[in-house]
Design a protein around this ligand. Structure first.
Ligand SMILES: NC(=O)c1ccc[n+]([C@@H]2O[C@H](COP(=O)([O-])OP(=O)(O)OC[C@H]3O[C@@H](n4cnc5c(N)ncnc54)[C@H](O)[C@@H]3O)[C@@H](O)[C@H]2O)c1
Length: 437
């Protein structure tokens, strides 16, 4: 099928490449001209494992092209995926201006029947607005448009695998014809066993928010438990093991730490809560989840202040700046929220990340960055493990300790082994577990 993808960010680019890999003829479009030029050269504008190779393969096969010209992308498309950003407004509601703008482009440039697919995460009810936009902009063409919700569940860091081996593909549509088109689009994955779930549009839109809010809730639940463990002498990791061995609960996402971040959970949770409120339902649980998440960063900052006393003139090293491992994305990264708090208290904050240093520096110009963990730790009074990159597991702890002014580690992801830290002579402050002082 002929596919246009509007927005070639984390979701749109991976969608473009995987759709081309599945055999469709794809044109990726973005209003960021520089991004399109980069992509045309075969370079990925952000770090995602396997993406460069997939781009090389699909650009090479001629199945994938990129164009700055939305008319060229949309004109002959059977299916248009809208993958633009839906950032939060100051109120927490999703800002859907880019979705409206993409819908207008589709209305303007479509030349035949086209299925318009919302892949961006949007509040329930958005499809009706997209349909109204299409109707207003192109009243003569309205029977040619079908609107579909096909929320994206990929996770940055494993986005390609998640797209090619999804837990489920969710399609909400308004007509049998639109379902047919979406079945054809995903046929290569369904033939390999992927589960296709078909619902009405509102259910699909709601399900995406429901999943992200629920996952965020699991994290916040564990962070609230971490606070309880710290006050009572319990061990949150052991509690997680006990909880996780109950198959009704499951072990994944039961990790206490600095909390969630990134471009999905924080904004989606807020948007979901605001949607509930707009629908006349007080979903107070979601506000608590957000509060506990903010508290996770505050609690870590308080721990550092408690141990170091005055931060003025002290140096704190952050290991890991991206919001999670295997991505260079620092949007709403807890590490940066923590860094800002420590700086506000007077600390000099220096960071190291295997991939996200440039992005972190542009988000937080006053952050010092170092080319490796040991240089980052040099002269440091406290090292904070913020993001659990695999390479931090194999750090030379003796070398790290030697480099530091005080041998003090705050573990925001419970990545290090307490016994090992004790053996190496660190004062070690994990999250929700007993410190080694
Ligand atoms: N990042 C994730 O892991 C993830 C996962 C699932 C769902 N989502 C959702 O997918 C959507 C996109 O997220 P993202 O992380 O890819 O965002 P992103 O910011 O990385 O990419 C959005 C892209 O859209 C482009 N764009 C904006 N308006 C446009 C327009 N009118 N025409 C053409 N291009 C336009 C931007 O230039 C940018 O390149 C969001 O709704 C997000 O919540 C994201």
């Amino acid at each position: 099928m002929k596919v246009a993808v509007i927005g070639t960010g984390h979701v749109g680019l991976i969608t473009s490449a995987t759709m081309a890999y599945l055999g469709h003829d794809v044109i990726g479009n973005d209003l960021d001209e520089e991004k399109i030029v980069t992509l045309q050269r075969g370079q990925a504008p952000f770090f995602e494992p396997g993406l460069t190779e997939l781009l090389e393969e699909t650009l090479g096969s001629g199945k994938l092209r990129f164009s700055f010209d939305s008319q060229e992308a949309i004109r002959d498309a059977d299916v248009v995926f809208i993958c633009v950003g839906t950032p939060p407004k100051a109120s927490g509601e999703a800002n859907l201006i880019a979705v409206e703008s993409a819908a207008k482009d589709v209305a303007r440039y479509a030349s035949g029947r086209v299925v318009v697919v919302e892949k961006s995460t949007v509040p329930a009810g958005t499809s009706a607005r997209v349909r109204r936009t299409l109707e207003r902009e192109r009243p003569d063409f309205i029977d040619k448009f079908s609107v579909v919700s096909n929320p994206e569940f990929l996770r940055e860091g494993s986005g390609i695998r998640d797209s090619l081996e999804p837990d489920r593909i969710l399609v909400g549509a308004e007509s049998p014809e639109a379902f047919e088109v979406m079945r054809a689009i995903y046929a290569p994955l369904v033939e390999k066993g992927a589960k296709l779930v078909e619902t009405n549009i509102e259910t699909a839109e709601l399900s995406k928010h429901a999943c992200n809010a629920f996952l965020a809730m699991k994290i916040s639940y564990m962070n609230a438990l971490a606070r309880m463990c710290e006050r009572s002498g319990g061990d949150v990791d052991s509690v997680a093991e006990v909880m996780g061995s109950d198959e009704r609960i499951g072990r994944s996402f039961l990790n206490a730490g600095l909390g969630y971040g990134g471009y999905c959970f924080p904004k989606d949770l807020q948007a979901f809560e605001r949607l509930a409120s707009r629908l006349g339902y007080d979903f107070g649980l979601l506000k608590e989840v957000e509060r506990i998440n903010d508290e996770a960063v505050d609690a870590t900052a308080d721990k550092i202040i408690d141990v170091l006393w005055n931060l003025d003139g002290k140096r704190v090293t952050l290991l890991g700046l991206s919001f999670k491992p295997d991505t260079d994305d620092v949007r709403f990264a807890p590490a940066l929220a923590l860094g800002r708090k420590l700086q506000a208290e007077g600390a000099t904050v220096v960071g190291y990340d295997p991939q996200a240093m440039a992005n972190a520096k542009s988000e937080m110009p006053e952050l010092e960055v170092a080319s490796d963990p040991y240089t980052a730790a040099a002269g440091s009074h406290c090292l904070v493990l913020c993001t659990e990159w695999a390479e931090f597991k194999t750090l030379d702890l003796d070398r790290l300790k030697q480099a530091m002014a005080y041998p003090l580690v705050v573990d925001g992801r419970n990545m290090f082994e307490p016994e090992e830290m004790e053996k190496r002579g660190f004062s070690y402050y994990p999250t929700g577990r007993s410190p080694i002082v």
